[in-house]
Design a protein around this ligand. Structure first.
Ligand code: UD1
Length: 363
């Protein structure tokens, strides 16, 4: 049996690390890895392959950056060729990026079953590029690996019931697996930070950083909170955010913030584990903060990870300086961490046995 696995952006490397390793460990199938090339900088791609021990992909589509349409179209056309050449039993896609949708569409049109890992996440606004990718991918998929019951309920609300399984979150598996390798004290030292006395922030969503008003307001809010609470803010900058700060002439607003290049998994998790608080618009990081026992201010109008906001652990916040400051102060208040909501730490193994059971029958 042969399964193709398609990755392209940072959060997908993290998920592939676990599922590829679990498939190889079980000798479950011939696992063929494809990298779309959506993320290509050393610190956006290579560092994850190196740190997480992901083998070199057999195919690299080299799509690079571009408009949503251009990027999705390039990956769609290139994936069609790879799928025709490899003729796998099924294609594994992860999450909600343009790479995810392109792969799912290419496979569906060749009648190759699609396995969607992190299926059923739904989030407003419907116009968000990632939401479009999620919904369309789910509607051409065959096997749905959900992180939570809520995700399975979201699918049921759209009449998707067959092939839906709640398996937990592979990012939780990875967090538990890699935790012994986190080095919070040494990493804090390297960044001149005092454990427990700083904030880690990441901002990269188009609706936040492509708007000069929203970006300026978030930077103002972070600087003011840093000064007010006497907690330095470390901001690893996604290349999109870095470009916008320059383009919108906002460099003066990051004076009170420590900006660094994007960080690899181990360095970021080491810092999150020692932070007082996380501020983010990343889907992955809002869960990883919870896995590390840290609260997060989520700078989004809505989140796919509602279990954490419903519990009051993570706080949704608009991209406005005063709201961000207030949410950061509120999130510094201690509260009891909600019980495990994203599985038992064995999601990758559950996915491997589901896939092996389902598609071995077809060979
Ligand atoms: C993408 C995903 C998002 C995911 C995020 C993780 C889509 C629609 N969105 O958003 O779901 O949370 O990845 O980071 O697929 N760039 C570089 N070097 C790189 C990669 C990107 O300079 O290696 C710059 C380019 O200017 C590019 C911009 O960043 O145009 C945005 O990259 P893109 O992949 O389009 O979207 P992300 O914001 O990274």
């Amino acid at each position: 049996m042969k399964i193709l696995s398609l990755v392209g952006a940072r959060p997908q490397f993290v998920k592939e690390a676990l599922i590829g390793a679990a498939a190889r460990a079980a000798g479950a199938w011939n696992h063929v890895l494809v990298h779309s090339g959506q993320h290509y900088d050393m610190n956006m791609s290579d560092v994850f392959f190196r740190e997480l021990g992901i083998p070199t992909p057999q195919h690299h589509l080299g799509i690079g950056s571009g408009s949503h349409g251009a990027m999705t179209a390039a990956a769609l056309a290139a994936m069609e060729g790879v799928l025709q050449q490899e003729r796998p039993n099924a294609l594994l896609v992860y999450g909600d990026t343009n790479t995810t949708l392109a792969g799912a569409l290419a496979a569906a049109k060749l009648c190759i079953p699609v396995i969607h890992v992190e299926a059923g996440i739904r989030q407003q606004p419907k116009s968000m590029p990632e939401e479009i990718n999620r919904v369309l991918t789910d509607h051409v998929s065959t096997l749905f690996c959900c992180c939570s019951r809520q995700a399975a309920e979201n699918l049921a609300a759209e009449n998707i019931r067959d092939g839906v399984h709640v398996v937990g979150d592979v990012m939780y598996d990875l967090f538990l697996r890699m935790q012994p390798h986190f080095t919070p004290e040494a990493t804090c030292n390297a960044h001149n930070l005092e454990p427990g006395r700083f904030v880690v922030a990441t901002l990269h969503r188009d609706f936040n950083v492509d708007s000069p008003t929203a970006l300026a307001s978030m930077l103002r809010g972070l600087s003011r909170f840093a000064a007010d609470a006497d907690l330095p803010v470390l901001l690893p900058l996604h290349p999109r955010t870095q470009k916008r700060i320059t383009e919108f002439n906002l460099s003066a607003l990051v004076q009170g913030i420590t900006c660094v290049d994007p960080l690899g998994y181990l360095e970021l998790m080491s810092l999150v584990s020692a932070a007082a608080l996380v501020v983010t618009d990343s889907g992955g990081l809002q869960k990883e903060a919870y896995y590390a026992g840290r609260r997060a201010v989520v700078v989004m109008p809505d989140t796919g990870w509602r279990e954490l906001t419903d519990a009051g652990w993570n706080l949704l916040c608009a991209p406005a300086a005063d709201k961000l400051e207030a949410a950061c102060h509120a999130a510094l208040q201690p509260m009891a961490c909600p019980a495990a909501v994203y599985g038992d730490g064995k999601a990758a193994e559950h996915i491997v046995s589901l896939v092996a059971g389902r598609f071995a029958r077809l060979t």
